[in-house]
Design a protein around this ligand. Structure first.
Ligand code: IMP
Ligand code: MG
Length: 180
């Protein structure tokens, strides 16, 4: 039985079936691109966990995973704020082909900081894979290698994305009501 739609949801942007279809396509692209290499996916806690596990299940080549958490003390949603690592990776990434997995790239501040930090640890390559990309709000440019969906300027929840820590478990991607 599927879960009832919460009252604060304005509309469904992508259904669970559309998300699944697109995640499989991106997993196939990644499998192709990294065949014969040392792929490691790095999930940014907590939002990317759902996407990372979904993606990893459909990747057909050997893959390692690790996680880090960041704190973002942005005065407003627009950033820039102060980004720092709150929980670091368990293992080194030297010589590995690293893909940072994000739930959404918005202003780009979080990822710019992460890429700069991780680049200093000597990976063989460093890329970004994101479920959602909102390029209209980008302030700093970051190289997004793989993305499932480009979205407009609305606040989105589900598939790991939260509003005040809720709604991460929705199987679809939805737009919040503006007054929620
Ligand atoms: P930025 O790219 O540094 O601005 O940060 C992006 C981060 O802001 C994401 O990893 C999310 O945690 C959060 N975020 C941005 N937009 C949304 C949204 O629409 N829904 C939920 N979280 C969001
Ligand atoms: Mg995030």
């Amino acid at each position: 039985m599927s879960k009832a739609q919460p009252p604060n949801i304005e509309k469904i942007l992508f259904t669970a079936e559309q998300v699944d279809q697109r995640v499989r396509e991106v997993a196939a692209e990644i499998s192709e691109r990294y065949r014969g290499r040392n792929l490691k996916l790095i999930g940014v806690l907590k939002g990317s966990v759902f996407f990372l596990t979904h993606l990893t299940r459909h990747i057909e080549i050997p893959v390692k995973i690790d996680f880090l958490a960041i704190s973002n003390f942005a005065p407003q949603r627009a950033g820039p704020g102060i980004v720092r690592i709150a929980k670091d990776l368990d293992d080194p990434i030297e010589g590995e082909d690293v893909l940072v997995v994000e739930d959404i790239v918005d202003t780009g501040f979080t990822l710019r900081y992460l890429l700069q930090t991780l680049a200093g640890r000597g990976p063989n390559s460093l890329g970004i894979c994101t479920l959602l990309d909102r390029t209209s709000r980008r302030i700093v440019q970051v190289p997004v290698e793989f993305r499932c969906f480009e979205i407009g300027d609305h606040f989105v929840v589900g598939c790991g994305l939260d509003y005040k820590q809720h709604y991460r478990n929705l199987e679809y991607l939805a737009v919040m009501k503006p007054d929620a």
